[in-house]
Write a protein that binds this ligand. Structure first.
Ligand code: CDP
Length: 230
């Protein structure tokens, strides 16, 4: 099957700035943003609504709970909806964050997420972010980026994102939580061999967005140039 839309895949570990960067890149280019992590989170939220005791969770149960989750298109992005309602706040909560890695280890849940993401990318140019977008889901993406950043810096960003006052102890605790999630997600968090790795530790959001847009435009223009010569 020949894919005719553009795909930019942005992967990286927890709180590396993938989603906000992907959203801004999408807006600059007039593409749509798909956050694959939001689907793992939506499946986890759906399962938590059904059963609070996670030791009773099975792959079958999670898939069944996730069945009513849809990916809906908005002006600049896709967002998950459960039983007809947006669930942004619920999927960002601590219960979902604590349990999502375990749901993400379930092979059939991964197949379900990948199917939904590929479907959304069929009819629009997209910027997708996650862990395995450039390796498993879109191995032929037009540009692959892998974002990395120091774990303490990532923790500080996550706390800033929450917008509540923070202390040194909170920063230490968040750094530990992020490092633990890195370990749980390590298996699927891999840079593709042809990904451009960007260390964002000392970069502003604006700088990393501009870097990605410029890499994409340069690659797209040279591909168009060699096509017209060939
Ligand atoms: O909070 P953060 O930005 O790190 O994560 P996220 O993108 O919201 O993804 C939440 C969780 O979903 C991750 O911790 C992974 O367990 C899982 N995930 C995955 O396994 N593969 C993806 N492509 C995206 C997310």
């Amino acid at each position: 099957m020949i894919r005719r839309t553009f795909v930019i895949a942005i992967d990286g570990p927890a709180a590396s700035g993938k989603s906000s960067t992907a959203q801004m890149v999408a807006e600059k280019l007039g593409y749509l943003h798909i956050d694959s992590g939001s689907l793992y989170r939506a499946a986890t939220a759906a399962m938590l609504r059904r059963e609070r005791n996670e030791s009773k969770w099975t792959e079958e149960g999670v898939l069944d709970a996730a069945r009513p989750v849809e990916l809906r298109e908005a002006r600049t992005s896709f967002y998950p909806v459960l039983e007809g309602r947006a669930i942004e706040e619920e999927i960002r909560g601590p219960d979902v964050t604590h349990n999502v890695s375990r749901v993400a280890q379930m092979a059939r849940v991964r197949t379900w997420v990948n199917g939904k993401v590929r479907e959304a990318a069929k009819s629009s140019d997209v910027v997708v972010d996650g862990r395995d977008m450039g390796t498993v889901v879109f191995p032929d993406a037009d540009l692959k980026i892998f974002l990395v950043a120091d774990s303490r810096e990532r923790a500080a960003r996550r706390l800033r994102q929450r917008g509540t006052p923070t202390s040194e102890q909170m920063l230490v605790d968040e750094t530990i939580r992020i490092t633990e999630r890195d370990t749980r997600d390590a298996r699927q968090t891999l840079a593709a061999a042809d990904a451009v790795v960007i260390d964002t530790t000392g970069l502003t959001q604006q700088e990393q967005v501009e870097q990605i847009v410029s890499l994409f435009e340069t690659g797209r223009d040279s591909a168009a140039c060699s096509e017209s010569q060939g």
